[in-house]
Design a protein around this ligand. Structure first.
Ligand SMILES: [Ca+2]
Length: 110
């Protein structure tokens, strides 16, 4: 029972992920608590294809995202200093995901 529910919800989640793959939510939509940064829950909800690892806290930083999305165009300094995900970084993540999709040959971790 539990397993079939999980399969069903995974399937549905996959569909909804694909449905808005073409158009990521805006930063304001993604930032559900309007605190100016995206935590792991908000970022996963906004960009399910990002496949973020579970982090020790709900905080997500540029360094965390860089690990799962190496092609993202963050400033090196931002990555080294593990900045929180604000609107600018979010836009860079969305760009990187969109570029990866356009190139079709996603050469990420295999
Ligand atoms: Ca937030």
């Amino acid at each position: 029972m539990k397993k079939s529910l999980l399969v069903a919800s995974t399937f549905l989640f996959g569909i909804s992920g694909a449905a808005f793959a073409n158009e990521a939510p805006t930063f304001a939509e993604a930032d559900m608590d309007s605190n100016g940064t995206l935590d792991v829950r908000e970022l996963r909800e906004a960009l399910p294809e990002l496949e973020l690892e579970n982090t020790a806290t709900s905080t997500v930083t540029t360094a965390d995202v860089k690990q799962v999305l190496p092609e993202v165009d963050f400033d090196d300094e931002d990555v080294v200093n593990a900045r929180p995900i604000r609107e600018e970084q979010y836009d860079q993540i969305v760009d990187a995901i969109n570029n990866g999709r356009d190139n079709a040959t996603v050469s990420s971790v295999e």
